[in-house]
Design a protein around this ligand. Structure first.
Ligand code: TRP
Length: 338
């Protein structure tokens, strides 16, 4: 296997607001990987993926800028990481076409996200939704990315990315694309709904009380935590005591992630407390950590031109990495003029 520069790529869809789940499950890790200095870090707003289901154009524009503001407010530094939106770097779509011709129908049909999203009416789903994982493979492999931090739900897409890399290398007798490693989030960073501890916190949940949005102000955050569903018992002093108590576990996990400690340590301090005492402490912690992010996001959103400049600059840097890899791919495939 050829040696590849250690490079991280990850993407988030600009399709609605950002939640605490995006922050703790994705962005915070993106920042850590950026600051560790072990990798080059490339972070993308995947607008081409967003339009695989209908997006109102004005809402898409706004969501892309808001996502960029969220990345920066969370600590992604455009002078340390490459930060851009996917559609500005045409190489993603170009490599995706090649991969559409490498991936097999059967592989795509097995994708659980396709089955879930297309549902019973798959004949009416967009062709783009079906091809979504080949574009995702292109996002990653157009940078020869070696590591991809993603949620558990994206693991199957990462396996498909490896299958595409292996088949391409094999079909053309080259050692060109890396077998990218997923970096899957730990259970403690999987943030669940505040209304139902068995469901992931989601921007598409009909109840706004089920999630904390990164743009919520301090009072809203505190109110949502106070009203979060819990059971009547006190907190246990060991994590085993959270078995079968999904809502209690979720609040402890959120506390631990925000305080940058472990659930064990949280329970060592708060075991025996009632939720009536624990929730105000969690609310204070959440407001302290999240209010500065929300303030910074609003500040950045007041200057959309500034955001667009950052994204334009990021796209240039991304293109500088992607263009030679696409050119080489075209050569390998036998395209004249590559
Ligand atoms: N499919 C990912 C999600 O919905 C988003 C995504 C697109 C992505 N391209 C990517 C994630 C490449 C990691 C790497 O979460």
């Amino acid at each position: 296997m050829a040696a590849f520069t250690p490079r991280v790529f990850s993407g988030i869809q600009p399709s609605g607001g950002l939640t605490l789940g995006n922050y703790l499950g994705a962005m915070k890790r993106f920042v850590t990987m950026q600051d560790e200095g072990k990798f080059e870090t490339v972070y993308c707003m995947v607008d081409l993926h967003a339009i695989t289901v209908w997006q109102d154009p004005a809402a898409l524009t706004r969501a892309t800028r808001e996502l960029c503001a969220g990345f920066i407010a969370a600590g992604v530094d455009p002078s340390k990481s490459i930060l851009f939106n996917q559609s500005q770097v045409a190489e993603h779509a170009q490599l995706a076409w090649i991969f559409n011709c490498v991936a097999r129908m059967g592989w795509m049909q097995r994708m659980t996200q396709w089955k879930d999203k297309a549902g019973k009416n798959s004949q009416n789903a967009s062709l783009g939704l079906f091809a979504y994982p080949a574009l995702m493979a292109a996002d990653i492999l157009v940078y020869h990315a070696t590591h991809v931090p993603v949620g558990e739900d994206q693991k199957q897409h990462l396996e498909l990315t490896r299958d595409i890399a292996i088949k391409f290398n094999n079909d053309f007798g080259v050692d060109f694309f890396p077998e990218t490693e997923p970096v899957i989030e730990g259970a403690a960073t999987r943030v669940m709904s505040l209304r139902d501890g068995s469901k992931k916190m989601s921007k598409s949940d009909p109840s706004d009380m089920s999630r904390i949005n990164l743009i919520d102000d301090a009072d809203t955050i505190a109110q949502k935590i106070r009203k979060a569903r819990t059971d009547p018992d006190a907190l246990p002093s060991e994590v085993d005591g959270l078995d079968d108590r999904p809502e209690a576990r979720n609040l402890v996990n959120i506390y631990a992630a925000l305080a940058e400690t472990t659930p064990e340590a949280v329970l060592a301090d708060h075991g025996g407390s009632q939720f009536s005492a624990f929730k105000p402490e969690l609310a204070d912690l959440a407001v302290n950590k999240l209010a500065p992010i929300s303030t910074e996001m609003s500040r950045l959103m007041e200057q959309p031109d500034g955001i667009d400049r950052i994204l334009g600059h990021g796209a240039e840097q991304a293109r500088a990495l992607a263009a030679p890899i696409l050119k080489k791919t075209y050569e390998i495939v036998g395209m004249v003029g590559a």
